[in-house]
Design a protein around this ligand. Structure first.
Ligand SMILES: [Zn+2]
Length: 245
């Protein structure tokens, strides 16, 4: 169910793996999104199971329609029937469970435990270039956050995320730390390194869980979904956070 979980004095956070859900086929088993063709009811049950495992109420689960942008949505009430179009959510509302869904992109969970403000962000290549992570931290500060910590969860690593030479050049021109090479010697990008640097620049302390635990979604088929490995039908992993009510 969870690849990683942590409970702070006021905040619970976790990242899911692909195990412990009800989906089958390419989505087996804990797939958290239906945009890839999976059965909507199975996905609903999977999301509810993950939220409950965190101690949350599925009726308080906030999802996003992610578009690889940098829009941050502020959560201050009960979830809407249609999830907002955004790539980050922030809240000071106790009980609200913020959920970011990914397959290879970076799932980022943020929290100021003492100020009781939390956030999630989805950062793929475009999101990193747009600096969605810093935008999320800024929106949290507008809600009263001061000392923000960020956790970067399971994602494709810089030694697997192959891109065309020209794309590596464009991204590395802005974010030199993103320059990488695959284990097979071709151009690549290390998006987690770039996002970590962006967060540290705005005063956020970063835990890159995937680096610390040598996790790569592309390399570990048993434990993770990977868009690069599975294509359009890839399942989705999640990053979840809530302020305990
Ligand atoms: Zn890798």
């Amino acid at each position: 169910m969870f690849a990683y979980e942590e409970s702070l004095p006021h905040v619970d956070l976790a990242f899911t793996d692909r195990q412990g859900g009800v989906s089958t086929g390419p989505w087996a088993s804990l797939n958290l999104a239906a945009s890839n063709g999976d059965d909507e009811d199975s996905v609903r049950r999977n999301v509810a199971a993950a939220v409950q495992a965190l101690g949350g109420d599925p009726a308080e689960a906030w999802l996003m329609r992610q578009v690889h942008g940098a829009e941050v949505h502020v959560v201050d009430g009960a979830p809407d029937t249609v999830p907002p179009e955004a790539d980050a959510l922030v809240t000071a509302r106790p009980g609200a469970v913020l959920v970011v869904r990914v397959a290879d992109c970076l799932p980022i969970v943020l929290a100021d435990d003492e100020a009781r403000v939390v956030g999630v962000a989805h950062a793929g290549r475009r999101g990193v270039v747009l600096d969605v992570a810093a935008a999320t931290a800024e929106a949290m500060r507008d809600l009263g956050a001061r000392q923000i910590s960020a956790w970067i969860g399971p994602r494709i690593c810089g030694r697997c995320y192959e891109v065309p030479e020209e794309m590596r050049g464009e991204v590395a021109a802005r974010l030199p730390v993103a320059w990488a090479e695959t284990t097979w010697g071709t151009p690549a990008l290390d998006l987690a390194a770039a996002a970590a640097e962006q967060l540290e620049k705005v005063g956020v302390s970063v835990h890159d869980l995937a680096s610390e635990h040598a996790v790569c979604t592309y390399e570990d088929e048993e434990r993770y979904f990977s868009y690069r490995r599975q294509g359009e039908k890839s399942g989705r992993l999640g990053g979840l956070v809530r302020i305990r009510p």
